[in-house]
Design a protein around this ligand. Structure first.
Ligand code: 2YC
Length: 273
């Protein structure tokens, strides 16, 4: 996933209510219900208020994204979890977290973003949780994807995971990417996936689109009434695009909600091997 900026997350917490209203209106689900559906769990399998999530800021690579950890904390709280951000960072922050005996520890460097369930000894990964969550959102908004033509824009880690998950939902999957080698690598892994070599033509030809790329999607290429489920950042859809199509996006909350529920779910599943 492209790296977030402070601007992407500076207002996230206070916008959670608006995001929930949007999801309820267009998918019929709350953020929590959507997250549970994404990871395949019954919403009441676990009582989130019995779990504590620690978020440890990590300074490696390009360093801290201000308000990133606080946004993760607030998303967890929105789902009913107890949650806190450690005052220290990195290993010192990890030690500080352990002293509070949390159930789940969130940490993100520039490549991986994990929610580690200590008791279950198992981590959920933002890349895969995001893929699941945005497919669940598209499926809910499109009223099932069985037999429907779905385009994935972007054949990176999220896009290729989306291809696998969409095939499992019996959608007809086409993948496109400006780097055709990546698109054909997904087809090699999943032969039923079709490759569209012309990105813009593929977008013009599809009503259901998962945008797992940082690419800008031209408004003129978007079909009237299209549904675009779009975790990609930077998010560059203009107001006209939002009139033509239903565009499901937020920079962090939908993916984090799915990874938080999934991580807690590992306790319910008794993953203690
Ligand atoms: O503040 C911190 O602790 C930083 N180390 C966080 C860096 C997150 C980098 N990852 C991303 O920006 C994207 C997110 C959309 C989620 C996964 N990758």
């Amino acid at each position: 996933m492209t790296r977030l900026t402070h601007d992407d997350v500076k207002d996230l917490s206070e916008n959670l209510g608006a995001l929930e209203d949007f999801l309820l209106k267009h998918t019929g689900r709350t953020l929590k219900k959507l997250a549970c559906e994404a990871v395949g769990m019954w919403e009441y399998a676990i009582d989130t208020k019995e779990y504590t999530c620690a978020v440890v800021p990590v300074t490696t690579g390009e360093g801290i994204i201000s308000n990133f950890s606080e946004s993760v904390r607030d998303i967890c709280k929105w789902l009913g979890f107890e949650a806190f951000v450690t005052t220290k960072t990195d290993i010192s922050g990890f030690r500080e977290a352990l002293e509070q005996k949390p159930n789940i520890i969130f940490m993100a460097d520039d490549v991986e973003f994990l929610a580690y369930n200590i008791e279950a000894k198992k981590a959920s990964n933002n890349t895969f949780s995001t893929a699941k969550a945005y497919i669940a959102a598209l499926s809910a908004a499109a009223d099932m994807l069985i037999g429907k033509d779905v385009l994935i824009v972007g054949a990176g880690r999220v896009g290729s995971e989306m291809a696998r998950l969409l095939l499992a939902k019996s959608a007809n999957v086409t993948v496109t990417d400006i780097d055709l080698d990546k698109a054909y690598a997904v087809q090699k892994a999943y032969p039923r996936v079709k490759v569209a070599e012309d990105v813009r033509e593929a977008i013009r030809a599809h009503k259901y689109i998962l945008n797992a790329s940082p690419a800008h999607i031209e408004t003129e290429d978007i079909q009237e009434g299209a549904i675009i489920s779009s975790p990609g950042v930077p998010h560059t859809f203009d107001e006209e695009a939002k009139k033509k199509a239903l565009i499901i996006h937020d920079p962090l909350a939908i993916g984090v909600a799915a990874m938080a529920m999934e991580s807690a779910y590992y306790s319910y599943l008794g993953c203690r091997k």
